[in-house]
Design a binder for this molecule. Structure first.
Ligand code: GLC
Length: 575
């Protein structure tokens, strides 16, 4: 891994050549997120595992992705599917062994691929030995690993946890209570305690020594609390306030993040991508500028569209115009100061095609258009497992089919707000995290070819039509379309423009059309997506040299305009 070369980029605003952002080893790559529990089960217990991932490495190589992020596989009670870690140095036996992990790192390396693990250090599990020791002796050393308070004084603050209810919970067997920003089985670690930070850095370095390329960093903005803790105005009838209110009052997270970077990642030239939702205005450069805390962070701007503070039941559908403006807004904010990681879905989101395409209009052409539009943005594209074959949301007929604790909490919120059980299920089902967690659809045999046993979560019945086997080698499939996007990103003739070129919106005002230039030093590409089912005419800014990517067969250029079919997507090289 080599990095640190200075790149010459075209300034967005002036069109001048500038000596700007440092080029890094990971920027021209494509990343892929694996949700191990649902990826591929090699031993028939219904749970995906590490040997299963190793078996599918050749498939991932075929797809063309380079960086693989694994959602947590550490020892865990799986209360929040592994985002509740009870031992940071062990692999959970349900996923395999440490030997399997070592083999995965080695096998990936031999194929020119990199492995990222999930770094979950805002909290651990209530089954971690630190927490057990804190319970046994709250006044002792480990009590200070967590945020504890006396029960007799009442709750220290009225913050609501992300998964519903107060962040405070009695510490069993004691007269104390502890803080959890997420589930009560995920007690928050006290980052103010230098001993906690040292333990965390030691663990990060231990994994990096094993040959990991880096980490996706979970919920990291939560590590800094607004202290001393206090109430904020309640925003629901429960008298509590949303956790992000507290985050907006927390100052000084940079000290922790800088220290973590210097003590760990920087020494290894590791790639890190932060799950950051609530950075403050103006903080972006500190987070992912040249000297940032992380290499990159996810662009969640599109994922915040339509959200409602009352709960996910009240969320609104996304329009094409909102999607376009969120993407362009994010690109304007980052400019060439850093590199976002772009995505349309992950394990916490519904399926991108179901969420961003209008209801009832999801089709292969639309799926490819959405793929192309986000993939060609400036940034590091992440593909979430199954996205590359256009996997869709699943229909839940009962809340009992939902495993996810967050969806269950949202369901309760909807009921509390007065929705009927049917309405509540329909509403929270649309945004449920379980939409993305159903088993990967490998073929059209029983359980989608994911397991020879009973899958831990029911597969989406549409696997008979949407699966890898059907799409591999079928030239007009969504999978082959993703491969063509990845090939373009790797193509030496275009790579510099696709990876580093500046981005400028084109015909921004034209409704249901998302178009932008990517300008390199000597080359201009024009990306156009017709974000609707009807055809529309698009004016071209000049002569087209080549059509590099087209999700449909037709190309109707007439003088200085082109007739774009419904959902048509093209990448053009301009004269
Ligand atoms: C992150 C994870 C999510 C998890 C939460 C708590 O948002 O992506 O799955 O529930 O953090 O760790």
């Amino acid at each position: 891994m080599s990095g640190g070369r200075r790149g010459s980029l075209v300034d967005n605003r002036t069109g001048q050549q500038e000596d700007t952002m440092k080029k890094q080893w990971w920027q021209n790559k494509t990343a892929y997120q694996i949700y191990p529990k649902s990826f591929y089960d090699s031993n028939g217990d219904g749970i995906g595992d590490l040997p299963g991932i190793i078996e599918k490495l050749d498939y991932l190589k075929y797809l063309g992705v380079d960086i693989l992020w694994l959602s947590p596989i550490y020892q865990s009670p799986l209360a929040d599917q592994g985002y509740d870690i009870s031992d940071y140095y062990q692999i959970d036996p349900r996923f395999g062994t440490m030997e399997d992990m070592d083999r995965l790192i080695k096998e990936a390396k031999s194929r020119g691929m990199y492995i990222l693990m999930d770094l979950v250090v805002n909290h651990c599990s209530d089954e971690h030995e630190w927490f057990k020791k804190a319970m046994a002796d709250p006044e002792g050393e480990y009590g200070n690993f967590f945020y504890l308070a006396d029960q007799k004084d009442g709750r220290p603050c009225n913050w609501r946890s992300y998964f519903g209810g107060s962040v405070w919970e009695p510490l069993p067997g004691t007269d104390k209570q502890y803080l959890h920003m997420f589930h009560k089985k995920q007690p928050d670690l006290n980052w103010e305690n230098p001993r906690v930070r040292r333990e965390i850095y030691k663990n990060i370095n231990w994994w990096l020594e094993k040959g990991l390329a880096g980490f996706r960093i979970d919920a990291i903005i939560n590590i800094k609390k607004a202290l001393p803790m206090q109430d904020y105005p309640a925003d629901r009838a429960d008298g509590l306030c949303a956790p992000d209110v507290m985050l907006s009052h927390a100052e000084g997270i940079g000290e922790f993040l800088k220290e973590m970077r210097d003590e760990t990642f920087r020494k290894y030239d590791a790639f890190t991508v932060g799950e950051v939702f609530n950075e403050k205005p103006g903080e972006l450069e500190q987070f992912i500028g040249d000297d940032g805390y992380f290499s990159s962070m996810f662009d969640f701007n599109e994922h915040l569209i339509g959200q409602d503070p009352r709960g996910s039941y009240a969320a609104k559908a996304v329009t094409a115009e909102q999607y376009k403006e969120a993407c362009f807004g994010a690109q304007e904010k980052i400019g060439d100061m850093g590199f976002y990681s772009t995505l349309i879905e992950n394990h916490d989101e519904p399926r991108g095609v179901s969420h961003f395409l209008p209801k009832g209009q999801v089709c292969e052409a639309g799926k490819k258009m959405l793929a192309g539009l986000y993939f060609m943005l400036r940034g590091l594209p992440f593909i979430y497992q199954g996205q590359e074959i256009g996997m869709e949301n699943v229909e839940f007929s009962s809340i009992d089919q939902v495993d996810d604790i967050s969806t269950r909490a949202e369901y309760q919120t909807a009921l509390d707000a007065g929705l009927s059980p049917e309405e509540a299920l329909a509403a929270v089902g649309e945004s449920s995290r379980d939409n993305a967690r159903t088993p990967m659809q490998w073929d059209d045999t029983l359980h989608a070819g994911f397991t020879a046993g009973q899958p831990w979560l029911k597969e989406n019945p549409n696997y008979v039509d949407i699966n890898v086997k059907d799409q591999m080698g079928r030239p007009d499939s969504v999978l082959e379309f993703y491969r063509s996007l990845i090939r373009l990103r790797k193509d030496e003739r275009y790579q510099d423009t696709v990876v580093y070129g500046s981005l400028q919106p084109y015909l921004r005002e034209q409704k249901n059309l998302m178009a932008y230039f990517r300008k390199g030093e000597t080359q201009t590409l024009l990306v156009i997506g017709n974000f609707q089912k009807d055809a529309q005419e698009v004016r071209l800014p000049g002569a087209v040299k080549h059509v590099l990517i087209n999700n449909l067969e037709s190309w109707k250029e007439e003088g200085s305009t082109v007739q774009m079919c419904g959902w048509q997507f093209v990448v053009l090289e301009m004269e």
